[in-house]
Design a binder for this molecule. Structure first.
Ligand SMILES: [Fe+2]
Length: 295
């Protein structure tokens, strides 16, 4: 039986709760102004509801969320995030990694773990990145690029220790005959401006080049993206990005969507097909494209 996996990202849950004055510290001030001026017109709770309803109707074997549940990392946003995750499914059925907005200010860096920790766990139960969760033929490898950054910066960083552990993890899993899915918020390859980049993307690409993976899933740029990364021995690894799951029609380059993967075959002969379903101008969620990535 093929295994099905749904991927959504960057829900940026709306509405933004009214912050207390004491919570408007540091970068949250510009973030709050930005939300009021621009982002509240983009991230639409009704659009997200439609995306989630459609996604749940597809009854995927597992769901992954690649970060940015919040906007300016307010305590109330993390509570909302937990509620929303519980609506998606149980930690057995849903895997989450954090995005840069979930570490918007230094004061919030422990909040994803505190509020969503059970959704960010591997089989060993340790709250550490990378984590590895096995589901069917899949090994989900969760990374964190979420680090607090100065105002107007949205960069991400894996860091040397995490990159080293990622290399060891991918190498070990290569012997286990599993379909390795790497979850990372920031895209390893992007045309976005420098202030949004993954600062150690070269290190990530080096690890993939050495040890490979079957699929890399990311968010962050809020766009449909597909880049082929170089794996070992001439292999190629698809890195696929998905738009924000709450982006209203015509407010962004790509309106809200999610990707649905059907994975079959066996080690050395995997098959992987992707279907994108997204919001149409009429406000319905419909299939937008179908792509054979492997096999
Ligand atoms: Fe985002």
């Amino acid at each position: 039986m093929p295994f099905t996996l749904a991927h959504l990202s960057d829900p940026h849950l709306a509405p933004l709760p009214k912050p207390r004055l004491s919570e408007l510290i540091g970068k949250r001030v510009t973030g709050y102004i930005n939300w009021q001026r621009r982002r509240r017109f983009i991230h639409d709770a009704d659009v997200l509801k439609k995306i989630v309803t459609d996604l749940k109707a597809q009854a995927a074997d597992h769901i992954v969320v690649t970060g940015d549940l919040t906007n300016i990392a307010l305590p109330a946003e993390f509570a909302h995030g937990r509620q929303w995750l519980q609506g998606l499914g149980t930690p057995t059925d849903v895997t989450v990694i954090p995005g840069n907005h979930d570490a918007y200010v230094r004061a919030a860096t422990a909040e994803p773990e505190r509020c969503w920790g059970d959704f960010m766990r591997g089989d060993d139960g340790a709250g550490k990145f990378p984590f590895v969760g096995r589901r069917g033929p899949l090994a989900l490898i969760g990374l964190s690029t979420a680090v607090p950054t100065p105002v107007f910066m949205a960069t991400g960083r894996l860091g040397e220790p995490q990159l080293a552990r990622l290399g060891e993890t991918l190498a070990a899993l290569a012997h286990e005959n599993v379909f390795r899915v790497v979850l990372i918020h920031h895209p390893p390859v992007s045309e976005a401006k420098r202030h949004k980049r993954l600062v150690d993307a070269a290190g990530f690409l080096h690890v993939i080049g050495q040890h490979g993976a079957e699929l890399v899933l990311h968010g962050h740029d809020h766009l449909h993206m597909l880049n082929w990364l170089a794996g070992p021995k001439g292999t190629r690894v698809p890195a696929v990005g998905v738009p924000s799951a709450s982006a209203a029609w015509a407010t962004s380059k790509n309106a809200a969507a999610y990707n649905f993967y059907t994975i079959g075959g066996s080690p050395g002969a995997w098959s992987c097909e992707m279907i994108s379903r997204g919001i149409s101008s009429a406000g319905a969620v419909e299939q937008q494209r179908r792509l054979k990535l492997l096999g």
